[in-house]
Design a protein around this ligand. Sequence first.
Ligand code: FAD
Length: 383
Amino acid sequence: MIAKLQFDAAVIGGGIVGGATALFLRKAGLSVVLIDKGFCGAQASGVNYGGVRRQGRPPEQLPLAERSHALWGQLRELIGIDGEYIRSGHLKIARTAENFAKLEAYADKVRPLGLDLELMGANSVKERLPWLTGDVSGASLCHDDGQANPRLVAPAFARAARANGATVLKNTPVNAVEATGSGFALMVGGGTEIRSRLLFNCAGAWANKFAEALGEPIPLTRIYPSMVVTEPLPFRLPFSLGEEGGGFYGRQVARGNYIMGGGRGQALENPDFSRPSVMAASSVMQRAIDLFPHLQHAQVIRFWSGTEGEMPDGNPVISASTRIEGLFHGFGFCGAGFQTGPAVGAVLCDLAVNGATTTPISAFSIGRFTANHLNHEAKKGTA
Ligand SMILES: Cc1cc2nc3c(=O)[nH]c(=O)nc-3n(C[C@H](O)[C@H](O)[C@H](O)COP(=O)(O)OP(=O)(O)OC[C@H]3O[C@@H](n4cnc5c(N)ncnc54)[C@H](O)[C@@H]3O)c2cc1C
């Protein structure tokens, strides 16, 4: 016999985006079910680098990132833990004059949008990080950006949603979904049918499956950022550090381990999943040693990769459906959705409860792809 459950809102995906969405919907008084095929927070949201930065984002993402910045500041009230979140500052270094000019241009562009970056010359960088090796032309520091432990933060959003009254179904894949005219019907693992008035597609790198099933196919591809962590070493790196044009980033946690990223893992036969590549890990380590000489003899104790959704224009989809009332999408964060995740949950809740949001999100509409897709299909039809 099929068990049937009824809710105001069903959220597919228990990562930071789905967890935050469920939490805000509960706070708004809706009955909510949050469904994950595995453990909540075990995919990208729980295995990422832990960078909580606004610096470096395209200008259209800054209002969203700013709203999230405020929510990160209230993390303990929101999810009951601090998640090792600290506003350590995010330092972006440039190793050539050309790259420093890019940092200067970016700082000029985002200043009117409220993001103040401190530009510093080579001497000033050396004063703050005297052990840094190699050529450094300058850097840009965002004082209030920071870092957190994704392993702690990501599942805590789903736990907080549950503590606020959401039903959380883990190890429960959503196998099929359809619009019924008055809402949605979801067939989930264990033979349960869930009915809801509202549906939130927060399924991360798997969200294309649900968008397509509901008539909005989108060009999401999967990427597999890869991470390395060393043994604990004496504390020297107070910032989360990135390299302009270099693709390398690293931070040192209070207990001394360096966490660093930059390479890509390899897709498995089933491209939903990946494994870290030894080449990528050793190239990250080599780039780290070029900057941090004290890592020359450091032991790498773990390396891993995660599965993330990427969109062709580098922006996520945060949007009401253009086709079906009551359907909302939040996915495709292109390697940078940990910082914005809490605000994405708040925005999706705004859209569902108030019909609008004060956070500018027009650049993230799903319509920018579905319109293209429809044009493309029409052209194919007339060829
Ligand atoms: C290695 C790595 C490093 C990164 N570093 C940073 C960083 O430093 N800063 C930053 O801001 N961002 C970073 N990111 C990006 C960030 O982690 C993601 O953008 C963000 O976590 C996306 O959150 P999400 O909730 O959308 O996705 P996810 O965390 O992937 O959650 C989606 C959930 O949907 C579930 N799901 C999928 N299909 C189904 C189904 N059929 N039924 C039920 N559930 C389903 C999955 O199990 C998963 O738990 C990084 C990503 C990776 C992989």
